[in-house]
Design a protein around this ligand. Sequence first.
Ligand SMILES: Cc1cc2nc3c(=O)[nH]c(=O)nc-3n(C[C@H](O)[C@H](O)[C@H](O)COP(=O)(O)OP(=O)(O)OC[C@H]3O[C@@H](n4cnc5c(N)ncnc54)[C@H](O)[C@@H]3O)c2cc1C
Length: 330
Amino acid sequence: MANLASLPHISVGGAVSTATHGSGDHNGNLACAVRSIDLMLSTGEIVSFDRSHPHFDGVVVGLGALGVGLSLHTEPTFDVAQTVHIGLPLQVGLEHFDAIMGSAYSVSWFTRWCDGLVDQVWTKAVVQPVSVRDRLSVGLDLSDLGAAPAGVPVHPVSGADSQACNEQLGVPGPWHERLPHFGLPHTPDSGDELQAELFVDRAVVVDAVRSLAAVGSFIAPALLVSEVRTIAADRLWLSPAFERDVVGFHFTWRSDWALVRLALAAVETALAPSELLPRWAKVTGLAAADVRGRFPGFERFLGLLDVYDPERVFPNPFFDRLVTGSTSRV
Ligand SMILES: Cc1cc2nc3c(=O)[nH]c(=O)nc-3n(C[C@H](O)[C@H](O)[C@H](O)COP(=O)(O)OP(=O)(O)OC[C@H]3O[C@@H](n4cnc5c(N)ncnc54)[C@H](O)[C@@H]3O)c2cc1C
């Protein structure tokens, strides 16, 4: 695959259906790999879509409301080396945001939005085949920007066991053992958490980061760690990166809804001027009607349901709340 999420434990169907993503200036979300879909309707009839079908971009990210069978675009295999740098000053990171995020195939920041620091910068560089490596190489050394290379493997969550992570320290390995942060035999992330993610247009990333840093101390009691990633634009109607490059601000929260509810409201308010979009499959404090209104393709997607599932056999409770809810949370 061209890219993967932070964990390998998810299914292809679930990842595609919710527009799951990794990071990388030139990497779209994982659903962009879909070449064709055979949709089994509730009648048992199978309808096939390839990329030339006018509804293809609508049915791929389907939130489970349509049903799937997928054929994926694959890449010739490639090797990746991941390196972590510690303690990048946030202000320096902002001044060099494009250079840093473009410095490797996939780049992630981990931060707690306090101390004026990006705690960790994870870079995943293609090392083989050489042709791809050379094409992507821009030669930025994060040490020149004030960050220090980690001398031992690290975990994004402070105090958690780095054994759960795929190999670091620049040791090359196959794409599927480097693009996810966490290894298949291990528990990903903290293992007991709530997750949220908000996307903004890449053009407003500086304002968005400053806004989050401003609420850093308020959200600290609820936050385990936050991850910043870039996702390339796509054409999928329900993708948060529909027709624009975006930056995703992910939050791994403690498993304490009372605390998280307040923190979530703070980050959603902080990012409101940036016209944020919430990530499917993660928690949001936004009301259903508000979420619907933020996805320009949502009304068109409902039209697909009328065509392919008029009896509404497939939608799940989340989807029902999303479609019918007004001011209540999704
Ligand atoms: C620790 C952790 C780390 C994560 N890291 C990332 C990350 O790095 N990037 C990111 O974008 N997300 C991330 N996520 C979110 C994750 O990608 C989504 O929750 C994803 O949907 C999980 O896939 P799943 O296979 O478990 O899906 P499920 O939860 O099983 O399914 C999600 C939805 O997809 C639909 N669906 C699933 N399979 C099918 C099918 N075969 N046909 C039709 N519909 C189907 C269903 O409606 C279902 O409700 C993370 C989640 C966790 C817990």
